[in-house]
Design a binder for this molecule. Structure first.
Ligand SMILES: [Zn+2]
Length: 233
């Protein structure tokens, strides 16, 4: 896409985003849907080509900021950032990187809730491209199939490795677990810090944001209380 096309797209998006301009939205984080907004041709170019393009464009940003790209400390940065974006922190945009999940028969006949708590995650705010990090707690009740515990961490990582808003991250993990585990009895609680809130803007270092996804039996107050008792520190 040519530079002018990109700029006109950005301007169009600004004027149609829930009828608010970018200035009116400010630092408020709007959440437009459960699916990460992706272009239809998102994977028409290879990861290698993406890294080359990102590297060139990031070098341009650094150059515009006035940084000397011939300096030994800076000259490798555009390539490093490009590789980090595509291979690591935004690798979850590509469905090809979705973890392969094997389920097992529930031979233990365990039919109460299973909770994996304090799953550490790192993501990035899609409005500022600075980190969101925190803990995810997952609970489910087996429908007859069980999942390897480390796979819960991998599912969290996959959805976290995208530009995100916390509400969407929470719902994407919850919906995916419903489909993988073949049960509606799923709960996801995300407790996170946003660097766009703490390191800039309002500069609030103490606040954290909690979001939850409750489905099936987790929509009842008894189950929510039971779950919250288990995850409180
Ligand atoms: Zn942000």
């Amino acid at each position: 896409m040519k530079h002018q096309e990109i700029m006109s797209n950005i301007q169009t998006n600004q004027s149609t985003l829930n009828q608010f301009s970018e200035n009116e939205i400010g630092d408020d984080h709007l959440y437009t849907g459960i699916n990460t907004p992706m272009k239809a041709d998102a994977f028409s170019i290879s990861d290698e080509v993406k890294k080359k393009k990102i590297s060139l464009l990031f070098a341009e940003i650094m150059d515009i900021l006035g940084l000397d790209l011939t300096d030994d400390s800076l000259k490798g940065t555009p390539n490093r950032v490009a590789k980090m974006y595509v291979d690591e922190i935004f690798s979850g945009l590509n469905p090809a990187n979705k973890p392969k999940i094997a389920l097992f028969e529930n031979k233990y006949q365990y039919n109460q809730m299973l909770i994996e708590k304090n799953i550490t995650f790192y993501s990035n705010c899609e409005h500022h491209f600075v980190p969101i990090y925190g803990k995810v707690h997952i609970a489910y009740i087996s429908s007859g199939k069980v999942i390897g515990l480390s796979k819960l961490n991998r599912i969290v990582q996959y959805f976290a490795q995208r530009p995100q808003v916390q509400e969407r991250l929470t719902n994407q993990i919850g919906q995916d677990l419903i489909s993988i585990l073949e049960t509606l009895d799923v709960a996801v609680i995300v407790d996170a810090k946003h660097l766009c809130v703490s390191s800039r803007g309002i500069k609030d270092e103490s606040s954290s944001t909690i979001t939850c996804f409750y489905s099936g039996v987790f929509n009842t107050s008894e189950k929510i209380i039971e779950l919250q008792n288990f995850i409180k520190d």
